[in-house]
Design a protein around this ligand. Structure first.
Ligand SMILES: [Zn+2]
Length: 240
């Protein structure tokens, strides 16, 4: 009797974990074109490089959008020098992930919210016609991340909610704050390629970034039954 009970218990546990694994991935199915809009070169890659690679493997068109070109990101360099180095690094990272790079015109460390910037974000999204957009979670210690997120959220509203909007996390605790995900992607198979992609940003301190992100990805992996995971919050549509 004990053996039967134990066998039933094992079956139930196996079924439950299989369901969770499937549930962790099923939400990605059906999308055709995804934009990942990050504030700086290296943000899309670190936030969700594994998911970007996985989506591309599923046949989805993936575009990595850089809100700024990292103008203020290299001490001792002018904005022009820094922008040119970091644009080249982002292009390399996109080659590793097999995705297209797009650069917007905001300035690192000096990003703006005004009518023209709202219109610019809306125009970009309308031109690209994605069915999914991933951007920063809006509560973040970095002002550029917050502004990027707010402009994307506004474009989602202004375009009539015609794409699904998800928020991702970067260096949670240090940058992203109060993030409680409701969607997960198991990136165990894509993790090494993700790391290779963000290490293209040689001008940045990538070993420190990796320390933060490996810890986050192990936690998110535990939550979706993988060694490494990435996690998201889906923005729900609410009637006014
Ligand atoms: Zn950033």
């Amino acid at each position: 009797m004990k053996t039967i009970k134990f066998t039933l218990f094992v079956i139930v546990v196996l079924l439950a974990s299989t369901t969770q694994i499937l549930a962790a991935e099923r939400w990605l199915e059906g999308y055709k074109k995804v934009l990942v809009i990050g504030a700086h070169p290296d943000d899309p890659e670190t936030m969700c490089g594994g998911t970007m690679i996985k989506l591309r493997e599923m046949g989805v068109e993936v575009v990595s959008v850089y809100f700024t070109s990292g103008e203020a990101g290299i001490p001792g360099k002018t904005h022009e020098e820094s922008s040119s180095i970091r644009t080249a690094e982002a292009k390399k990272a996109c080659e590793v992930m097999g995705v297209r790079a797009v650069f917007m015109t905001q300035i690192d460390g000096n990003t703006e919210i005004n009518k023209a910037r709202y219109a610019e974000m809306k125009a970009l999204i309308e031109a690209e016609q994605p069915d999914m957009v991933i951007t920063h979670w809006p509560i973040d210690s970095h002002r550029d991340h917050r502004i990027c997120s707010i402009l994307v959220y506004d474009a989602w509203r202004q375009t009539g909610y015609n794409f699904d909007l998800y928020y991702g996390e970067v260096m949670t605790g240090l940058q992203t704050q109060t993030f409680a995900p409701n969607h997960w992607v198991n990136i165990t198979k894509q993790h090494d390629q993700k790391v290779k992609a963000y290490y293209c940003h040689e001008s940045q301190d990538m070993p420190v970034v990796q320390e933060w992100h490996d810890a986050m990805e192990i936690l998110r992996g535990m939550e979706c039954h993988g060694k490494y995971g990435e996690a998201f919050v889906k923005q729900q549509w609410t009637e006014e």
